[in-house]
Design a protein around this ligand. Structure first.
Ligand SMILES: Cc1cc2nc3c(=O)[nH]c(=O)nc-3n(C[C@H](O)[C@H](O)[C@H](O)COP(=O)(O)OP(=O)(O)OC[C@H]3O[C@@H](n4cnc5c(N)ncnc54)[C@H](O)[C@@H]3O)c2cc1C
Length: 269
């Protein structure tokens, strides 16, 4: 099975900062990681390749430094890495991002049997890109899958939705976005990282390679503009307690009892 895994390099969560004038995430000088759900998608792809054979291509659209994320994915076990990078792609909203990813995937020969994306990212967090890439490629899609099996030439996938587990049979080629409990990313040995960062190739495609026009990509090709960016107003006032640990526990228990979260007998126990 040929699988494409779309990965995005995101700022490490505790370091996320916002440029309030440009309404964008500040990426300069901030440590970056592969979006955690994309590592899970990659691990699921590795598991499918172990069971059913095939080839894994990792792909990202981003600035030149996102090559690091691709090299990490090669160390993880991907066979091939493609970086979609061009000044014209800058400022893309999710639609323009999906257009570029979709066009790049459509150029792969053979066309992949499966495209995997994370369900959402830890920075922009829209969850749009997977479904929009599926639309670009006219592929069947299932979002937030937590199990994938290959059965008689089709994918059997499980998805938690509204508290129910759905099992769906999906014909290939297809696009799936993955949920956190699908797989557990393995530890990457240092030697594999060293090889990936020194010896492996990362293919680069820009606007010209994808046969797209400047007005279809980046900020100009985006259908949305970020108008305002602000933290939501706090809903509840926090209360700081002080005292010895024993006093704090007593105080906390009495508060929980007053709110009927704990009943008095439990508090005594
Ligand atoms: C008007 C506008 C302007 C913007 N300008 C900028 C800007 O200047 N700079 C900037 O950094 N961001 C910008 N953004 C944010 C940018 O659109 C998103 O970062 C990007 O489109 C991905 O959206 P997301 O993070 O919500 O992905 P989601 O939809 O939450 O991601 C789901 C999955 O899709 C895949 N995926 C998402 N993005 C990529 C990618 N780039 N490559 C490969 N796979 C991917 C991954 O598998 C991911 O897990 C802008 C957004 C808007 C609306």
């Amino acid at each position: 099975m040929n699988i494409v895994v779309c990965i995005k390099q995101v700022p490490d969560v505790p370091n996320i900062r916002i440029d309030r004038e440009r309404m964008t995430v500040i990426r300069e000088g901030v440590e970056s990681i592969i979006n955690p759900l994309d590592c899970i998608a990659l691990e699921a792809a590795l598991e499918l390749r172990r069971r059913d054979g095939g080839r894994i291509t990792v792909m990202t659209m981003g600035p030149p430094q996102s090559e690091e994320a691709l090299r990490e994915a090669l160390a993880f076990g991907a066979d091939e890495a493609i970086l979609l990078t061009d000044r014209a792609f800058a400022g893309a909203d999710t639609l323009a991002t999906s257009r570029v990813l979709g066009r790049a995937i459509s150029r792969l020969n053979p066309f992949p049997d499966l495209v995997l994306c994370g369900k959402q990212t830890t920075d922009s967090d829209t969850g749009h890109v997977g479904p929009q890439v599926a639309e670009e490629l006219n592929l069947p899609q299932v979002c937030g899958v937590n199990e994938i099996h290959l059965e008689m030439g089709a994918l059997m996938v499980t998805q938690l939705s509204d508290g129910f587990l759905n099992t769906l049979r999906v014909s290939m080629p297809a696009l799936l976005t993955v949920a956190p409990d699908l797989a557990m990313p393995h530890h990457v040995p240092f030697g594999d990282l060293e090889d990936a960062f020194s010896d492996r190739e990362v293919i680069r495609w820009g606007l010209g390679d994808l046969d797209l026009q400047g007005e279809e990509v980046g900020l100009v090709g985006s259908a949305t503009r970020v108008w305002q960016l602000y933290p939501p107003p706090p809903k509840r006032k926090g209360e700081m307690l002080s005292g010895s640990p024993q006093e704090l526990v007593k105080h906390l228990i009495s508060k929980l009892e007053a709110l009927s979260i704990l009943d008095e007998n439990e508090g005594d126990a």
